[in-house]
Ligand binder design. Sequence first.
Ligand SMILES: Nc1ncnc2c1ncn2[C@@H]1O[C@H](COP(=O)(O)OP(=O)(O)OP(=O)(O)O)[C@@H](O)[C@H]1O
Length: 230
Amino acid sequence: MIRLNNITLTFPDGESRVTAVDQVSLTVHPGTVTAITGPSGSGKSSLLAVAATLIRPDSGQVMINNTDVSALSAREATELRRTDIGIVFQQSNLVPALTAREQLMVMNELGAPHSRRRRAQTAEHAAALLHAVGLSEHAEKRPHQLSGGQRQRVNIARALMNGPSVLLVDEPTSALDQERGASIIELILRLTAELETSTLLVTHDLVHLPRLHGTVHLVDGRITKPLAVG
Ligand SMILES: Nc1ncnc2c1ncn2[C@@H]1O[C@H](COP(=O)(O)OP(=O)(O)OP(=O)(O)O)[C@@H](O)[C@H]1O
């Protein structure tokens, strides 16, 4: 579970500061997907970065599975991020030289060298995830040989490699046509249910909102009345 308690985040802006996130609280339960929507500049990506523990807020708490992230040492926070949080960034950051399978394998090779047995388990897990995202037949392809939707599927599978309890996804459908976008949303919903992740999804594609479990609408960094959807 992820819970944000009264988060405020400001950035320097010339002589003063701009408030990107303004007293935002939200909770995402396991197995559910909550969308963050709002106009450009309303603080969606900033809020996601706080949830990812990549940016420390000026005030407020980020609770991951009842652990207050601000109470952790830098090392503990890094470990929590590695094991408990899966992130799909807006800019696909797949490595051009690696195949889909290798993009997943590399997640486990960052760190201590592993035994042969551990490598075999990792390979099995990567294969299972590629199957889950419908890419078994494309496992040996490199990013330039995959479509935009397929690359997004690799990104999602890679974010799930370490078995995170929290999945954070930034604009997963923005580069896709409506049909491919809808199938990525279906995939995220299915994986969220199967793997019981608490999923937060930034999107400005309002068409998908009725499929999700909750929506947080931001204007100028603040939560406003939920949009009427459906
Ligand atoms: N690193 C930064 N330094 C200074 N200001 C920033 C920084 N990042 C974001 N901001 C400001 O914070 C506010 C929120 O930006 P943010 O990128 O979170 O919005 P957004 O809703 O994700 O926008 P978009 O939909 O265009 O991606 C904006 O006023 C933005 O200019």
